[in-house]
Design a protein around this ligand. Structure first.
Ligand SMILES: NC(=O)c1ccc[n+]([C@@H]2O[C@H](COP(=O)([O-])OP(=O)(O)OC[C@H]3O[C@@H](n4cnc5c(N)ncnc54)[C@H](OP(=O)(O)O)[C@@H]3O)[C@@H](O)[C@H]2O)c1
Length: 276
């Protein structure tokens, strides 16, 4: 989709973290944006900011894990903006923790939020895009989906699922005018789900910015790129080595303190939840 101006996008996870950056990047291209998340006041504030950039911006609260809520969401977006040209599956949750310390209910919620919801929202929208003969689905995965980490195993499972789902779907959509891309950001320290820790990731793991993630979303649509890793540093050669010889990546991350970093954050979370 070379010219994004005047297109309509639905962005999940629009209330905070990386979502507002992606919303601003879309609005900067002249895209009208429907933002969704559960927190209405935050959504309205972001929508106000985007509208001031000269596009239509609508805040439509919804819980993406709820089946009725997803259908209602699409109906409301169509009523507010008309057809939907771009879906950005961005909403997601994470909790660094020993796997056995996560409740079965929380594991289920993470699977629904991170994996099932984007698949099902896309399933609702795709027939309309295919009838239009144009559209783009962008899904935010993570470096965690390329290389699973301890204390983050469930998250890694959901994010790896998004990568392979996008690969399959993208191939299936060839020659339909509709396409799919997946974005794999590395650690973002200044905004989003890891900002609460107030720390940088170890150098070897690489760190990126919310603006670069938002730029990657735009590039994936404009140039129809299947997968974008948003992470500086030596992560790509490490992934290649790891693919040839599984275990090398884990050895590197273990040796250079990445897994210790995750363990410390998970212990901090544990301390916090004991205070609650
Ligand atoms: N930050 C990073 O370092 C990083 C790195 C790699 C990948 N990612 C991925 O980037 C995406 C955005 O993450 P973030 O860092 O911006 O996280 P965040 O700051 O925690 O924001 C998550 C967003 O998802 C929404 N959300 C969560 N559960 C929802 C639900 N059931 N229904 C509707 N909306 C829901 C939240 O809104 P409400 O709570 O208001 O519903 C919020 O807008 C995620 O998919 C994440 O996995 C982030």
């Amino acid at each position: 989709m070379k010219d994004l101006s005047g297109k309509n996008a639905l962005l999940t996870g629009g209330s905070r973290g990386l979502g507002p950056y992606i919303g601003r990047a879309l609005a900067g291209e002249g895209v009208n944006v429907a933002l969704t998340a559960r927190s209405e006041a935050e959504l309205r504030a972001v929508a106000g900011e985007l509208a001031a950039m000269g596009v239509k911006a609508k805040a439509i609260p919804a819980d993406v894990t709820d089946v009725a809520s997803r259908t209602k969401l699409l109906d409301e977006v169509r009523a507010e903006l008309g057809g939907i040209d771009i879906l950005v599956n961005n909403a997601g949750i994470e909790r660094l923790s020993l796997y056995t310390r996560l409740s079965p209910e929380f594991i289920e919620t993470m699977i629904y939020t991170n994996l099932a919801a984007p698949l099902l929202l896309t399933r609702l929208l795709l027939p309309e895009m295919m009838r239009q003969g144009s559209g783009h689905i962008v899904t935010i995965s993570s470096m965690g989906g390329k290389k699973g980490s301890p204390y983050s195993a469930t998250y890694a499972g959901t994010k790896a699922g998004l990568i392979e789902w996008t690969r399959g779907l993208r191939e299936e959509l060839r020659h339909t005018g509709v396409s799919a891309s997946v974005i794999c950001p590395g650690f973002v320290a200044e905004a989003g789900m890891f900002a609460v820790y107030g720390k940088s990731a170890p150098r070897i793991a690489g760190e990126t910015t919310p603006e670069k993630v938002a730029d990657a979303v735009i590039r994936s649509i404009r140039k129809d790129v299947g997968e974008i890793i948003v992470n500086p540093g030596p992560i790509r050669p490490m992934l290649v080595l790891d693919a040839i010889h599984p275990g090398i990546g884990a050895w590197i991350f273990r040796t250079f303190g990445v897994y210790d970093f995750y363990r410390r954050q998970s212990e901090e979370n544990e301390g916090e939840s004991q205070k609650e």
